[in-house]
Design a binder for this molecule. Structure first.
Ligand SMILES: [Zn+2]
Length: 295
């Protein structure tokens, strides 16, 4: 590699480091936002923002680092844990691995969706490449199989993503929690995407009966408009685009980042195409949360 290219890669790394540092701060703020909420009198009552825990787990970032990851594998990421590595990790044959949860209750239970009810989702196809929806459905099938959670496809929507998306949208979705929204956006439309950030994802938790009753009720995945199309246009783009959606889905069902680059829940993309052992363990646990009769 020439010197100029190395410099470019280094500058790119520096820029991404700043982005990741900002996201780290956002992550800590999200964790700190867990608080007691007021019980819902009825599912049909609209809830104000003040009654929800915005698990604004919208921390969830996949940074596309193929090039930099190859050039500076020890430098990529918010930790130098792997500094000194000279090559990308080989596919793992381990049966256990790291995983984490974005939110836990005060007693330590991971906040999850209710596994006794399907997670409804809609896709906004605006600007989506023709096989983009196929990628999304493929990723959902994989996450569903690994977690045991059921996903129900509620079809297409014209709803645009927004960071403070309402939990209820009765005119659009009826008297129920809004389904998980999967959509594309550019940075002007959704400030957390753009640059090297290929996607964000997360869910909103609700506590009708105190902190131990926290459960996710809806969520959102926003894919960077240009990055997603660019990735999908590559020869090997399908697997990478699918990995990005799977990573964001991992956040939607409650998984946080881990620092092992062989796991899909690593904060940076470094060639992962499938679930690692820690991803599988975490997803399996995310699928065994409590069922709630009052969801
Ligand atoms: Zn992430």
């Amino acid at each position: 590699m020439g010197r100029v290219m190395r410099l470019r890669a280094w500058l790119r790394y520096r820029r991404m480091s700043r982005l990741l540092a900002e996201l780290d701060r956002h992550d800590r703020q999200a964790a700190a936002s867990l608080r007691v909420t007021t019980p819902l009198a009825s599912r049909r009552r609209f809830i104000s923002k003040g009654e929800l825990i915005y698990a604004l787990s919208f921390v969830a970032i996949v940074v596309v680092l193929l090039y930099v990851g190859s050039a500076f594998p020890g430098l990529v990421g918010k930790s130098n844990q792997h500094a000194g590595a000279t090559h990308l990790p080989a596919p793992s044959t381990a049966t256990t691995g790291p995983f984490s949860f974005l939110m836990t209750t005060p007693h330590g239970r991971p906040v999850t969706y209710d596994p006794c009810h399907p997670i409804h989702y809609v896709v906004n196809p605006t600007g989506m490449p023709s096989h983009g929806i196929m990628v999304i459905r493929d990723a959902i099938q994989t996450i569903s199989a690994a977690s045991g959670l059921t996903f129900t496809d509620d079809g297409l929507t014209q709803e645009k993503p927004e960071p403070d998306r309402p939990v209820f949208e009765p005119r659009r979705y009826g008297q129920r929690y809004a389904p998980v929204l999967i959509a594309r956006a550019d940075q002007a439309e959704y400030p957390l995407v753009g640059g090297d950030i290929a996607g964000v994802g997360g869910s909103t938790a609700f506590e009708p009966n105190g902190p131990e009753s926290a459960r996710f009720v809806t969520g959102e995945i926003v894919l960077d408009r240009d990055e997603f199309a660019t990735i999908l246009a590559r020869d090997d783009g399908y697997a990478q685009a699918r990995a990005i959606v799977m990573h964001e889905l991992g956040h939607v069902v409650g998984l946080g980042h881990v620092r092992d680059p062989s796991e899909l829940m690593a904060p940076e993309y470094s060639g992962q195409t499938g679930l690692g052992p820690g991803d599988r363990e975490g997803l399996a646990q995310a699928g065994t949360g409590p069922c709630w009769p009052d969801i």
